[in-house]
Design a protein around this ligand. Structure first.
Ligand code: SAH
Length: 342
């Protein structure tokens, strides 16, 4: 079995190489090549031919096969469907913002969190993505689109904290100064709220943005929408967010998908404002994206306006997320596993 070298840190490559009698700086050279998107050891021309051959025998360089590319006519958002080495497929979205191009990557094939409004969870979890497969989504999106990526959001298919170790490793790889070198402050991780790992994450004191998919301020509504809330609860989640802020100095930001008649009433707005004000966090409202298989509908503009007014009046910092790529089904919650070859 060959080893997945793109999931390895330079120090791990170095340890392996020392057993082959190679000097430490070779590891850094290889790591740099991988971070620049090298697809074969043969490209690594500053290594001797014999080392390249040895590497080829013991390691493989992960790759993605583009199956489909859709470009939004409205805003230029690009959606890729990639085939992984085992035939599974995942989606990645590239969005153009004024502050730089952002890639939205998937962390799992499928998802087992079961949110009632989301398409990614239909069909459940197939498997976790490897660190290299997350890194490849960044590298391949860049090389396929010709766009320089400056921001990453872990908001595609899957729950990043349900694939904790691989996601943490991916962050280390993509953030590494000798690798792709994307700053933590340019990375957002979105979670449905697996509070049991918040402390562990907080201890790492990463300077990324932790974004929590809240979607309701009360347990009755939230548990109806998100089964992950059952047995955890909104208040415990918000306490965990406070503790996270205390540890890292980074405020959590909250996602709230506005769903007609479900979580968009005056009652929800007032309760949300009261609970959020304590955390000092920022709320990002998204009109729900309609998902064919789901019964929910987006809130009316009128309800959205009334909701925002209540939040602002109570001093909550609110923004409304622009919908990008809606004509290519690239909006939040619409990504899902498709038959790799349809
Ligand atoms: N599992 C993570 C990240 C993936 S989803 C999480 O739950 O945060 C990225 C965001 O899209 C989440 O806030 C999610 O709740 C939201 N989302 C899912 N389905 C949606 C839909 N149909 N409309 C709008 N947002 C949706």
């Amino acid at each position: 079995m060959k080893k997945d070298i793109k999931s390895m840190l330079p120090q791990e490559i170095e340890e392996d190489l020392s057993r082959l009698g190679e000097p430490p700086f070779r590891a850094k050279q290889i790591f740099r090549w991988l971070g620049r998107g090298a697809v074969s050891f043969q490209e690594m021309t500053d290594l001797s031919k014999s080392l390249r051959e040895k590497l080829e025998q013991q390691y493989y360089i992960s790759s993605l096969k583009p199956l489909k590319k859709q470009v939004s006519k409205i805003d230029g958002t690009i959606k890729y469907l990639w085939e992984l080495e085992d035939g599974n497929a995942v989606e990645t979205v590239v969005m153009k913002y004024k502050h730089g191009n952002t890639v939205c990557i998937s962390s799992q094939v499928g998802c087992r969190m079961g949110c009632a409004f989301c398409a990614s969870t239909i069909g459940g979890l197939v498997r976790n993505l490897k660190p290299s497969e997350m890194l490849d989504q960044v590298l391949y999106s860049e090389s396929e689109s010709g766009l320089k990526i400056s921001n990453i959001v872990l908001m595609g298919i899957g729950e990043p904290l349900d694939n904790y170790d691989n996601v943490m490793r991916f962050l280390e790889l993509v953030n590494h100064p000798e690798g792709r070198n994307i700053g933590m402050r340019h990375i957002s991780l979105s979670t449905c709220g697996l509070t049991e790992v918040f402390d562990k994450l907080g201890e790492l004191n990463l300077q990324l943005t932790l974004s929590v998919s809240l979607h309701a301020p009360d347990d009755e509504t939230r548990s109806r929408l998100m089964s992950v809330n059952r047995g955890r609860g909104v208040d415990r989640l918000l306490d965990a967010c406070d503790e996270y802020y205390r540890r890292t100095g980074r405020r959590v930001s909250f996602e709230y998908a506005m769903i007609d008649g479900v979580n968009d009433t005056e009652y929800h707005a007032r309760l949300l404002a009261d609970k959020i004000k304590k955390t000092g966090g920022h709320v990002n409202l998204i009109p729900l994206n309609h998902v064919e298989e789901r019964e929910f509908a987006p809130s009316s503009e009128e309800n959205m306006r009334a909701f925002i007014k209540i939040l602002r009046k109570k001093g909550v910092n609110v923004t409304v997320r622009r919908r990008l790529g809606s004509d290519v089904d690239a909006s939040c919650g619409q990504l899902r596993r498709k038959a790799a070859k349809d």
